[in-house]
Design a protein around this ligand. Structure first.
Ligand code: ADP
Ligand SMILES: O=P(O)(O)O[C@H]1O[C@H](CO)[C@@H](O[C@H]2O[C@H](CO)[C@@H](O)[C@H](O)[C@H]2O)[C@H](O)[C@H]1O
Length: 462
């Protein structure tokens, strides 16, 4: 067993390091891809916990506070005179601390504190440092605790030592390290209390013998300030390509993608069937409540993104129509953020990853049973996204893939999404609204893609 790191410092002793690190982190955090509050100034950073994971590596949970009022999709400016507490987000950081900056880690350099206990030391993002990445895997290989951090593993899986780490350079909501092309560790960046569905769901599906989802082999969590999942290690599908890359490749070469889309529909239905076996289903979710939640998300998004406002009235009709539509399939646990980037093709099979759900939603909400139509709509939107990457855009390509995907889904699920028109339209609209907010916040250059769908859904209704 590796040596247990020093016990977690007491809350009193956290004030010192934060005086050192606060100004550096306030400047660094907003530039990170995974930082969710880019559109809102950080008003304060509070240290929730700090643990020396091993010498030269600090594990931190920090609370970023922003000015504004939380909404279903993020934050809007607080109306004058309200006394609501400021919303906040908790982030997980692993910080390397060295005497001198290391030239090969210059991109990970955060800065040198000018005061406090860390004054003059070089602080950097430890996940970029192969030494820290290797030591982190060692902690996972040897279950145990470090202060409030608990490292756990499936005892039936052998994780070899000495696997060479590399940080994945992907557009991600979190940070992932690949170890020797055998395992991949996802370190959650935005941490919410409770078990993360990206551990809970793949774990439960593995117990259903669902081979479409890589099973967790080790994970770590914290018990303070509240229990929360921090990271998950799973097998790495080394010859896999994600659906987004494959779809763009097919668009570029003119190759047909309908066979893959059909199989993807089948794979989605298989995962849904396994989810329905692993977690309770609850009849179909009360449509009025679903419609109200969708409408609320639309209002919040329109508040943040003015381009949505001219369409809001017509979009609301899609949600209102839910009240009179026939009962859809029973509500069950779903993926929650299904798109072409969340599916991997290895050999001739599709695999599904990343069961976290939409990262901006509260975790408790993401774990509720939902209509499986949510996932179908997510994937249908993704074909549209892909088709719009080429000029002139290829509506026909998207239409054929969408048809093939639904047909594949229907062949395994026992019900056909195409026959649930009102449900599909409402979920597609809700998804497009989410995407508008996501793009406005993270990739403003892409905003036109979901806005085109908003126009289509508002004007033509589907
Ligand atoms: N089990 C896996 N095997 C191979 N590649 C994977 C695996 N899990 C994730 N990846 C790769 O890592 C990327 C990011 O993973 P994902 O779970 O979507 O992270 P995030 O939640 O940060 O977006 C994926 O797009 C995929 O390329
Ligand atoms: O980071 P995650 O994969 O959990 O998901 C978030 O980022 C996605 C983009 O990386 C975003 O997906 C949107 O863009 C995709 C193309 O890049 C497209 O295939 C999806 O259909 C579209 O929704 C996703 O919404 C967001 O939650």
């Amino acid at each position: 067993m590796p040596k247990t790191a020093s016990p977690a410092p007491t809350v009193r002793s956290l004030a010192g390091p934060m005086a050192s690190l606060g100004p550096l982190l306030r400047a660094w955090l907003p530039h990170q891809r995974w930082f969710a509050g880019k559109d809102r100034p950080v008003t304060d950073l509070r240290l929730l916990s700090m643990t020396e994971l091993f010498p030269g590596c600090l594990h931190l949970l920090v609370h970023a506070e922003h000015a504004g009022v939380p909404t279903g999709h993020g934050t809007v400016p607080a109306p004058a005179g309200t006394s609501l507490p400021p919303p906040a987000d908790c982030y997980q950081l692993l910080l390397g601390v060295r005497q001198q900056p290391i030239p090969r880690l210059h991109r990970a350099f955060i800065g040198r504190p000018v005061e406090g206990p860390l004054a003059g030391l070089a602080i950097y993002d430890a996940l970029c440092d192969p030494r820290s990445a290797r030591l982190l895997l060692e902690r996972l290989r040897h279950p145990g605790t470090s202060g409030p951090l608990c490292f756990e593993a499936d005892p039936s899986v052998l994780i070899p030592g000495s696997l060479v780490p590399r940080l994945l350079d992907a557009e991600q909501s979190n940070s992932s390290i690949v170890y020797g092309d055998e395992f991949i560790l996802k370190v959650f960046r935005r941490v919410q209390p409770g078990v993360n569905p990206d551990l809970e769901v793949p774990w439960a599906l593995a117990r259903q013998d669902c081979a479409r989802v890589p099973a967790p082999v080790a994970w770590f969590r914290t018990t303070e300030p509240e229990p929360a999942t921090l990271g998950v290690l799973q097998p790495f599908l080394c010859d896999a390509a994600d659906g987004w890359t494959l779809a763009l490749r097919a668009l570029a070469t003119g190759d047909d993608f309908t066979a893959q889309a059909h199989q993807l529909g089948q794979a989605t239905a298989e995962v849904h069937l396994a989810l329905a076996g692993a977690f309770p289903t609850v009849g179909h979710r009360e449509v009025a409540r679903t419609a109200a939640a969708m409408t609320e998300r639309l209002e919040a998004a329109a508040h943040s993104v003015p381009a949505l406002r001219p369409y809001a009235t017509r979009l609301r009709t899609a949600f209102a129509a839910l009240a009179s539509c026939d009962a859809g399939p029973p509500a069950q646990r779903v993926h929650g953020d299904l798109h072409l980037g969340q599916v991997l093709r290895a050999g001739r099979e599709w695999f599904v990853i990343d069961f976290e759900g939409e990262p901006s939603r509260p975790l408790a909400e993401r774990r509720l049973p939902e209509s499986p139509v949510r996932d179908v709509a997510g994937m249908l939107r993704s074909f549209d996204y892909a088709a719009r990457q080429r000029r002139p855009w290829r509506p026909e390509w998207a239409r054929r893939c969408r048809e093939a995907y639904c047909a594949g889904y229907a062949s395994r699920a026992g019900w056909d999404p195409r026959k649930k028109h009102a449900l599909l339209r409402a979920y597609e609209t809700d998804r497009a609204v989410y995407e508008v907010l996501y793009e406005a916040r993270h990739r403003p250059d892409w905003l036109a893609v979901p806005m085109a769908a908003i126009e289509r859904l508002a004007v033509r209704g589907g």
